[in-house]
Ligand binder design. Structure first.
Ligand code: UD1
Length: 412
């Protein structure tokens, strides 16, 4: 069934998680609005409570107050379930001068290292030991420094930004990540009183040591959620408008959709995608922002399976991020991988069967494939999808999809 209608976007997962962590930088209450109701956010709220902060819902918002009882120890049970927990390291060392964090686990997408986070904090004068599966960070007072990153890592840029707010003097993060979520974090920190210049560029200056106070902030819309619905609209030959996102945050996806023959209209915080003709193949390389987002790669693979010809996707950001390919091929796709390249032969008729979500974005890709496939597709292990999509089935049904959730944790 073609998807038709409007979808109001949730707040960005990858911003909300960091803003919750940044609230640890002050003893004042922070109020964060448009926080998506997803399990990764619930895990982060549980983490903040485990660290001694008072965190919970206040109307539609989440309020965090990290008063005097704050502790610097992030437990293994929580870090294990969500790799993004590593983001509490920067704020804890800034606020308390120490942090003990279990080594992260998380998504099943290749070895995700934290060496840039560690080397960066060392440049700011922190001492770091890794023993018994824990990272222990200690500082007797951070000092501002030039911190060049070997790669514009999102998490490392964020941890360093937050640590640098407490460092004496100026910190310059070179080769910083430029994702919209970094800009949102900088806006949040500026709202707390931090002095930051260069957000959204490769060089970010932080004048450390400013007193930080509480802030009331609304999270930016989720560009990956938006991209997922726009891809689903194109895949089903429908017409969908996303509401709440600045189209500039999805520029490369929109360029690629146009190259495929999809009609795209951009407005103020609105994007409309319509597809009523054949799809052309395109080649895609994932790269740090403003390059093509790796978090949209799996969903795009579904669309390319419907294109009239062969496309190549090159995954440059994460190793082992083609984990969904076997499941897509079981639905009828013709995808072959070699190293970090995937060759997608189209057009292929997809037909429904039982598939297993391998991770968050792969799970969303399987739902997209199920919307197109002939017959019924059953996607298992949807807890992966719950990590990052707020009310996916409800939003899809409002667009006319025939999708039901069932099983032990069925909510709708
Ligand atoms: C964040 C996003 C994730 C997105 C990714 C890239 C969150 C919670 N997650 O992840 O959804 O896919 O950005 O846009 O915001 N690396 C190292 N050493 C390090 C840090 C990273 O080698 O110290 C490598 C990683 O293994 C990976 C690459 O750098 O191959 C990119 O990682 P990074 O940009 O740090 O992504 P995350 O912050 O983990």
């Amino acid at each position: 069934r073609p998807l038709e209608g409007e979808v109001v976007l949730s707040g960005a997962k990858n911003s909300a998680l960091k803003l919750l962590a940044a609230s640890l930088l002050t003893a004042d209450p922070c109020v964060i609005r448009r926080v998506p109701r997803i399990t990764d956010v619930a895990t982060m709220v549980t983490m903040l409570r485990a660290l001694g902060a008072d965190a919970g819902d206040e109307g539609d918002a989440v309020r965090v107050e990290a008063g005097a009882g704050l502790s610097g120890c992030a437990p293994y049970e929580l870090v294990r379930t969500m790799r993004a927990s590593i983001i509490v390291m920067g704020p804890l060392v800034a606020r308390l001068g120490e942090a003990t964090i279990a080594m992260p686990g998380g998504c099943n997408i290749g070895p995700r290292r934290i060496d840039f986070h560690i080397r960066g904090l060392e440049k700011l004068g922190a001492r770091i030991d890794i023993e018994h599966g824990f990272i222990r960070v200690h500082s007797d007072g951070l000092k501002g420094a030039a911190v060049p990153l070997d790669y514009p890592s999102v998490g490392a840029t964020e941890n360093l930004l937050m640590a640098a707010t407490a460092a004496e003097g100026e910190t310059v993060i070179e080769n910083a990540a430029r994702e919209p979520e970094i800009m949102d974090l900088c806006a949040f920190l500026q709202g707390m009183g931090a002095e930051i210049e260069g957000a959204g560029t490769s060089t970010i200056h932080v004048a450390g040591g400013r007193p930080l106070h509480g802030v009331d902030h609304t999270v930016i819309a989720d560009r990956i959620e938006a991209g997922t619905y726009l891809i689903m609209a194109a895949a089903t030959g429908g017409r969908v408008t996303t509401i709440g996102l600045d189209p500039a945050h999805l520029e490369l996806l929109l360029t690629k959709l146009r190259a495929m023959g999809v009609h795209v209209e951009e407005g103020a915080e609105r994007i409309t995608v319509t597809r009523d003709g054949p799809l052309a193949p395109v080649d895609i390389s994932t790269l740090p922002h403003p390059g093509f987002a790796t978090d949209l790669q799996a969903q795009t693979m579904v669309l390319l399976s419907l294109a009239e010809g062969t496309s190549i996707i090159t995954e440059n950001v994460f190793e082992n991020r083609f984990v969904v390919v076997d499941e897509l091929n079981r639905l009828g796709a013709g995808i072959e991988t070699s190293g970090h390249h995937a060759v997608i032969a189209g057009p292929r008729p997809l037909s429904g069967t039982v598939v297993e979500a391998p991770d968050l974005r792969g799970g969303a890709a399987l739902v997209a494939a199920g919307l197109v496939a002939d017959g019924v597709t059953e996607v298992r292990s949807v807890y992966h999808i719950d990590r990052g999509y707020e009310d996916l089935t409800g939003k899809l049904r409002a667009l006319g999809a025939d999708v039901t959730r069932w099983g032990e944790d069925a909510r709708t």
